[in-house]
Write a protein that binds this ligand. Structure first.
Ligand code: DX5
Length: 217
């Protein structure tokens, strides 16, 4: 099962994006690009130009986390632009199954995400169509928020459902991930850990990631 630490670039210093990515690249397993449209979430971030830049900066797997109101319209274009994984929020998609097919046809791997307001059952029908599940552990939209421990039960429920299905689908958690919350999420059944501020606001990216990994042992 895919496992590891995923660096969310939302909190990096964008005046030095290349240096920031190269500085953390040797220590992480993937990068996540948070795409926000100011509608699905109360924040605006970035899109294709940053994804294309990231594709030139790293060979690590790239996740495009689409926090946008109309993911069905844009998802496959993120795969075409170089994202290995394209994650759509089930709360925003009108036709997730069709969009998953389009992501695969464009060479990407689909993921489904759920926000804290959505119960685990909300994604059960789509487990056979995705390659990863992203459980938001904060309300999506901003980095630096506190980890919502109530989401641990959602991770446990989805892990149990995946075990029943016999499929090999990793659960990723995102939001407020630090050593203590990562340890709790791992015990609940997560294996991919997105971290933004804990890494990029640290003085030493190498030891920040090492500390996160130690908490998962
Ligand atoms: C929030 C984003 C997260 C965020 C994580 O909506 O999806 O990826 O960047 O940042 P931290 O680790 O600071 O909570």
């Amino acid at each position: 099962m895919a496992s590891g630490v995923v660096a969310s670039i939302l909190d990096c210093d964008f005046t030095r994006l290349g240096e920031e990515v190269r500085a953390v690249d040797p220590y992480v397993d993937r990068f996540q690009i948070d795409v926000m449209d100011g509608h699905f979430v109360p924040n605006l971030s970035f899109g294709f130009p940053i994804l294309r830049a990231m594709r030139r900066l790293t060979n690590k797997p790239l996740e495009a986390d689409l926090m946008i109101a109309n993911p069905d319209r844009y998802a496959c274009r993120y795969a075409e632009a170089g994202a290995d994984y394209v994650i759509i929020h089930m709360e925003a998609s009108q036709n997730p199954r069709q969009t998953f097919k389009e992501i695969r046809a464009a060479g990407g791997r689909p993921g489904i995400s759920l926000s804290p307001a959505t119960p685990a059952e909300g994604i059960y029908d789509y487990l056979e169509a995705v390659d990863m599940v992203l459980v938001m552990t904060v309300h999506p939209g901003f980095g630096g928020q506190g980890f919502m421990t109530g989401q641990l039960a959602v991770v446990e429920q989805i892990r149990a459902r995946i075990e029943e299905s016999g499929r090999d689908i990793p659960i990723e958690v995102d939001g407020g991930i630090r050593p203590d919350s990562a340890r709790l999420a791992a015990a609940a059944g997560a294996s991919l850990f997105v971290s933004g501020s804990f890494i990029f606001q640290s003085q030493d990216y190498k030891s920040a990631v090492a500390t996160l990994r130690e908490s998962l042992q």
